[in-house]
Design a protein around this ligand. Sequence first.
Ligand SMILES: C[S@@+](CC[C@H](N)C(=O)[O-])C[C@H]1O[C@@H](n2cnc3c(N)ncnc32)[C@H](O)[C@@H]1O
Length: 302
Amino acid sequence: MKKVIRSPLFYMGDKYKLINQLINFFPKKINNFYEPFVGGGSVFLNIKAKKYYLNDLDKNLILLHNFLISSSNNSKKFFRDLEKVITHYRLSRSFLEDIVPRSLKNKYKKTYYAKFNKESYTQLKNDFNNSKKKDYLKLYILLIYGFNRILRFNLKNEFNLPVGNVDLNKNTEKALNDYFIAIKNKKINFSNSTYSNFLKKMNFSKNDFIYCDPPYLITSGEYNKFWNESDEIELLSILDNLNKKKIKWALSNVTEYRGKKNNILLDWSKKYKVNKIKSNYISFNDNSIKNFKEVLITNATR
Ligand SMILES: C[S@@+](CC[C@H](N)C(=O)[O-])C[C@H]1O[C@@H](n2cnc3c(N)ncnc32)[C@H](O)[C@@H]1O
């Protein structure tokens, strides 16, 4: 089993637990690797390629990736600045030390981080939203201490997640360090566009590979609001066209979920190889896994 790097964005629905299954179906040799729906980046971080072209529709997500990439040049400074902000706002910081009082832990056995951080988090959120020049370190901290770690903005482009029952712990610190090390040796190009515009701009050649992980039509998630049946149909037709041009791709998706079936996808997928993926998917709204079928559909061979 390959050691897997987890993205420090802890993105909802990230593929880090499934990487070892997915890469079994990816080509062995990849020249340029493309992700039109990169999300937190847990896939590209674990793929060896000469160049990486990564895209997502979420502007703030891409700005955060770019911020982390620029921070990787001086990770010591990044951690110094991180500590400064966390200390200034008096947020808990279990990656360094435990400052949550025992009395609070006893009173709120399962929610003491949320209780301890609530006021400071709100202050940090207000400061981030009210400043003209956006401080992406503050945004990163808001994400990490936020409820379910969702990058959620309202229509006024204000970050609007409530505090979560989490803090910056050793796992987060490790994920940050792993990300900084992993991207150092990668040639990465991030863009912020729709997947279709992104794919249109690319000149693919032999040994290139596109991995698509779009929002799933039949599940629920923060980013599903950007996705509907016509997006799904368009994506499948773009993949057909790429197949005609002998460009290799793979598509992650869910064919069945809580009694719902994605019939558009099921019909279309008959033309390609459909690999079952043993999934860890847990819905944001419901912790049970019922009638859940995840697949990786591909035209590529190893
Ligand atoms: C399932 S997530 C990808 C998760 C990713 N594989 C990971 O490991 O973190 C789907 C992503 O597609 C993005 N998205 C939604 N609609 C899009 C569109 N039309 N074009 C490009 N990206 C889109 C969302 O912002 C979200 O980040």
